[in-house]
Design a protein around this ligand. Structure first.
Ligand code: GDP
Length: 322
């Protein structure tokens, strides 16, 4: 299949094949993937929305109803997952189609589970490429989902235009548990499960987050009122239109202020840095001679005969000569 011809037509099979290609670790696939990436049309941009939340908060329920809300408006929606746990467990707990049954049957939606982390630099590195592929295939919105664990949120925020944090209704004490760093990168804090018995707690929690967000410094380039806390029920689809309106308002304002473009340019610079960083490491490890020297250095450090700094400096010096 001619991927470069088929992708812009929105051919989903072509998209799936292209993703498999960029996720492959075989050297010849990497070359083909890099060639494909270079040929992608640059005039297509999707709205990239990052979404994070702990397991059980309702991410799949939210993505299912939010995704359907968007496809009902004629938008094409891709859902990708960045799952830091899939490396260890081997299985994926995100982006699983069975979690979003209706959306996965929607012809205007495309759901891709998290790739397993077999490569240096891991999942984020490939996810950036997959986002670009989805854009080239004409998707209007790319939702990138992650679990609130470790570095994955920062990673996803660095791939998205808008980053949303999904929260559950909670007591006041639990609010303290949210890491400040995460609040600082969130554009939207969405309190889910605002229905039935949980509605009162959700209203309180939402007010608490709104208060906490007001204490943070407003980002330049953002409209008044952001970052914002809001309430939804993914189960009843209540509040989804407001979330979508907020995201669009943020997009429009940022595009006009120039923040949007700057953010993407900065992200591209970091993407380049990471490619270079991990590419160099791969080069070092894939060359048998260098790989052997690295192993020797490890052993020497283990024996205490060489310091880590010295060992690294020696390898870099020998690498420079080759
Ligand atoms: P995930 O692990 O973050 O993907 O969470 P799920 O989407 O699997 O949801 C976890 C549980 O919360 C499920 O039992 C859902 O039915 C429930 N849930 C999700 N959204 C809502 C909601 O808006 N209201 C209520 N009451 N329950 C919800």
């Amino acid at each position: 299949m001619d991927l470069i011809a088929e992708l812009p037509k929105g051919n989903r099979r072509a998209l799936a094949r292209a993703i498999t290609l960029v996720e492959s670790t075989r050297a010849q696939d990497r070359d083909a993937a890099s060639e494909l990436m270079a040929q992608l049309p640059h005039d297509r941009q999707a709205l990239r929305i990052g979404l994070s939340g702990t397991p059980g908060v309702g991410k799949s329920t939210f993505i299912e109803s939010f995704g359907l809300h968007l496809t009902a408006q004629g938008l094409r929606v891709a859902v990708l997952a960045v799952d830091p746990s899939s490396a260890r467990s081997g299985g994926s707990i995100l982006g699983d189609k069975t979690r979003m049954e209706q959306l996965s049957r929607d012809p205007n939606a495309f759901i891709r589970p998290s790739p397993s982390q077999t490569q240096l630099g891991g999942v984020a590195r490939r996810t950036r490429e997959v986002v670009r592929l989805c854009e080239a295939a004409g998707f209007d919105v790319v939702l990138i989902e992650t679990v609130g664990v470790g570095q994955s949120e920062t990673m996803v925020a660095d791939i998205s235009d808008v980053f949303a944090l999904l929260m559950a209704p909670a007591g006041g004490d639990e609010l303290q548990g949210v890491k400040r760093g995460i609040m600082e990168i969130a554009d939207l804090v969405i309190v889910n499960k605002a229905d039935g018995d949980l509605k009162a707690a959700a209203t309180r929690t939402c007010a608490d987050y709104a208060g906490a967000l007001r204490l943070l410094r407003k980002r330049s380039g953002d409209p008044v009122g952001f970052p914002k806390a809001s309430m939804v029920s993914a189960l009843t689809a209540h509040g989804l239109d407001e979330v979508w309106a907020d995201i669009k308002a943020l997009r429009d304002f940022r595009q006009q202020s120039g923040f949007w473009q700057t953010r993407r340019q900065d992200q591209d610079q970091r993407w380049f840095d990471q490619e270079l960083h991990f590419g160099l490491l791969e080069l070092l490890h894939s060359d048998p001679k260098s790989a052997r020297i690295v192993e020797e250095a490890r052993e020497a450090i283990h024996q205490g005969t060489r310091t880590p700094v010295r060992a690294a400096a020696q390898i870099l010096a020998s690498f420079r000569k080759t």
